[in-house]
Design a protein around this ligand. Structure first.
Ligand code: MRU
Length: 398
């Protein structure tokens, strides 16, 4: 456990961590906090592969913000479970864990049959974020032409590259997004008011996060910012994760219930909306956490620019529009109850509706490209149009 990380944990948190450890998965240590990029200020990492290890370590995000629980992933079944049950979540992180999951599977069985079975098993964990399929394709492409005995090492190498590239992509998105915030800062004397939704932060990636990278860079550069954090029902990624990340970095923020986004914009309290993305179609339609579309509509009605931060692996050039993106439908129980911690800082779930109530739980929605002011990518800000995306990534659009 890193000492700096430990300092953030109260006695109750440590107790909760011990309980969570028994309930969830054996924990060996917290993910190393040493940044792989000298530019990255994070004191925690969503994913770490200890040097030379044939396993990875992640943060079990279900326990945040009440405790920091590290989880060891040492076999492909655990990798799949971690993705499916959202110990890890966020499009880029899901992709990286999937890539390592395939490497773990090849350690056990590097045959063609083993490769194909593990690919399908991992690909079936979550349907919407295209980064998972992209990462699995990359690892499979790197090993398929090799003799079985060489495949596992090559897969670990490729997974490492995917994770390292994600850190660099995050930073580049931050640099481009920072210019948007700078421009707003120049025309006002008060803090730049940024609204975000869900968690597109460091916990959703291998590095800085996507939507949060410009915010972290602006804060570091001394540009006054304030972030409006939507709670993000039903899994509360905003309340549990984004608020935790912003607090850890000392970025001023305020949480609001999902339904208050429109009012905040109408009051003139928001300068810009920046969200992440799970899949972006070739016409610029953005698929992201449920509730994103509502914010884009309110932003359009109130002349607030709405941006999505999109790493290149999140583009799906095979899809003409967002209509074909598979929308994950999750367990109704996630809507019918709510989880948090009680007055003793112990994990607690509370039922919200009468027994027998039916609930629908679509995890993502599609924001039509016409509502999107721009896509902040690692190469710059693309217009949310087929031409704009093609011009930014000509080699992938062929
Ligand atoms: O269901 P989740 O938590 O995996 O959904 C995550 C989101 O929708 C994020 O906003 C998106 O993946 C962007 S992550 C950089």
């Amino acid at each position: 456990m890193d000492r700096r990380l430990q300092q953030h944990r109260s006695g109750a948190e440590v107790a909760h961590a011990a309980i969570a450890r028994r309930r969830y998965n054996p924990v060996v240590s917290a993910p190393a906090t040493k940044a792989t990029s000298s530019l990255d200020p994070a004191r925690y990492r969503a994913l770490v592969r200890p040097a030379g290890a044939r396993h990875i370590e992640t943060i079990d995000q279900r326990a945040l913000p009440h405790s920091v629980v590290a989880t060891k992933i040492a076999d492909p079944e655990t990798a799949a479970q971690a993705i499916r049950e959202m110990w890890v979540r966020g499009a880029p992180l899901i992709g990286a864990v999937g890539a390592y999951g395939l490497a773990l599977a090849l350690d056990r069985d590097p045959s063609d049959t083993g490769l194909s079975a593990a690919y399908q098993f991992l690909d079936a964990t979550r349907p919407t974020a295209v980064n998972l399929r992209w990462a699995l394709d990359r690892v499979r492409g790197a090993v398929i032409g090799l003799p079985p005995a060489q495949r596992a090492d090559a897969a670990w190498h490729e997974a490492d590259s995917i994770a390292a590239e994600d850190v660099a992509i995050n930073h580049a998105i931050g640099i481009h997004g920072l210019e948007l915030l700078r421009t707003i800062a120049r025309r006002k004397s008060a803090p730049v008011q940024i609204m975000t939704h869900c968690n597109a932060g460091a916990l959703a990636t291998c590095g800085w996060g996507t939507a949060t990278a410009p915010i972290f860079l602006a804060h570091e550069a001394g540009i006054p910012v304030h972030v409006w954090v939507s709670e993000t029902r039903p899994r509360l990624q905003g309340a549990h994760l984004t608020a935790w990340e912003l607090a850890a970095r000392g970025v001023p923020h305020t949480m609001f219930v999902d339904s208050a986004g429109g009012l905040l914009m109408r009051r003139g309290d928001v300068d810009i909306v920046i969200v992440g993305a799970d899949r972006v179609a070739s016409n610029g339609d953005v698929c992201n956490k449920i509730g994103t579309y509502d914010k884009a509509l309110a932003a359009a009605d109130n002349d607030v620019p709405f941006y999505a931060a999109v790493p290149s692996p999140t583009f799906d050039f095979a899809l003409a529009s967002g209509e074909a993106i598979p929308i994950e439908a999750r367990d109704a129980e996630e809507v019918l109850s709510i989880s948090g911690s009680d007055s003793r800082a112990m994990p607690a779930a509370v039922r919200l509706a009468p027994p027998g109530t039916r609930a629908v739980n679509y995890a993502f929605d599609i924001t039509p490209a016409r509502l999107v002011a721009g896509l902040v990518t690692e190469r710059g800000i693309a217009s949310a149009t087929q031409a704009g995306i093609r011009a930014m990534f000509p080699e992938r659009a062929e």
